[in-house]
Design a protein around this ligand. Sequence first.
Ligand code: HEC
Length: 468
Amino acid sequence: MKSLLILTLLLFARLLSFSQEAAQLYQTHCASCHGNQCQGGSAQSLVDDIWQFGGPPEHIDWNTKKGLPHLGMPAFGDTLTDPQIRQITTYLRGPAKKERTVAAPLLKMLHTLDYKINVEVWAKGLEIPWSLAFIDQNTALVTERAGRLRVIENGRLHSKPVAETPTVLAEGQGGLLAVAFAPDYAAEDNQWVYLAYSHGLKIQPNGKRAPAMTKVVRGRIHGNQWVDEEILFESPHESYRTTRQHYGTRIVFDAKGDLYFSIGDRGTGAHAQDLSKPNGKIHRIRRDGSIPRHNPFRRNKTALPSIFSYGNRNPQGLAFHPDTDQLWSTEHGPKGGDELNLIQSGLNYGWPIITYGKNYNGTPITDLVRRKGMEQPVFYWTPSAAVCGIDFYHGELFPKWNNKLLVGSLKYEDVRLLHLENNRVIHEEIILQKAGRVRDVVCGPDGAIYVVLNDPGTILRLSPAKEK
Ligand code: HEC
């Protein structure tokens, strides 16, 4: 009996040290690129369940052993033994993946240059929430990348997602991405909800992966059901790509009510310069999907008429300045060279001909950072912060921040506040740190700032702290 107990204890200790050993191996060989908590650094997260090259253990083993030299992932076959590699893989799929929760110290007061801020968890238990939009003071919609549209009413998350929303291709960086409303949502005959998502074609008969592209639709919600759907943008199916990254995908409206949306380069940089392709662009359509008369490439026979700007790598943030009605975008760079751009009709933002970034393995993409006929970013981040959702602050709770730009960072897990003057960034302040991967930042109708986090899937609400 006693020996059985000792045996069990020994086994337990062995298992424990096995996992500690794996954590140690990870820290020594992988953390510098994939982050201390496997959450991503200069290379991607290894705990978000997104595997470009396959999630089964033998695929992870293979990629670790052989590397992906063209992407900057070194081969570990000479440094680590097969059992060691398997140990790391087991660790990545188990202990390392355990859901992180919002760090307790964060929920205390934050001190910024202008305000003391109160942070509260506004919604939780979401799976990779991607975009948040308020219908009115009390009601918001949030997308979950896996393909669910959720309603939050008076700060309470409805347990049932909206039924019968479009089927999305939730693989890699794709899925149900953007949700938005036109400014006059409340008007009679309106009540349209706009969605953009990764649309996959049927799996090919030859076993190839389903090609996919960003698609935009609108519909209404009646009795928690998606109805009246209309397709607003679906690019020619020849343009669909079997890659699973760089979908871009945000939706915003200008003061006239025209709709703008972004599509990333889908992993093929050269397409960003090709006006016959939808990827690597920002598009403008009317809200019924028709093409506005003043679209810059409307008369160009080889161009897609919805294109508004091109040479955009992967724009995951779009916002209109509340006073000037100018369109701003944030774009993910490769290694370095994330950009903030002022988007204007018909202009070329240069990707991949000019960039401040490098390939993931450190080799240059191009020697050029500027060229005639191509726009310079207003601001760029090197190293890349993986800048994501943005919004201009316009509310009553933080009056000193009006017209300043809130920028979320996936990689550094923070929210930055950019002070713009004459279209230049004259100051940047980090107002929230180490929260979780920031996917979207929204100034709510109540003037509070809502921060949409991935890992953990939470929405935080920031409001001014009451002085005692
Ligand atoms: C020098 C930086 C670097 C180091 C060190 C590194 N990696 Fe990577 N890894 C990358 C890059 C770059 C990629 C390519 C994808 C990306 O991040 O965009 C990648 C991709 C991967 C992938 C493929 C992911 C997928 O989506 O299929 C796996 C698995 C992986 N790494 C595991 C590891 C493990 C395990 C270690 C440690 C033994 C490690 N890496 C160390 C840079 C690195």
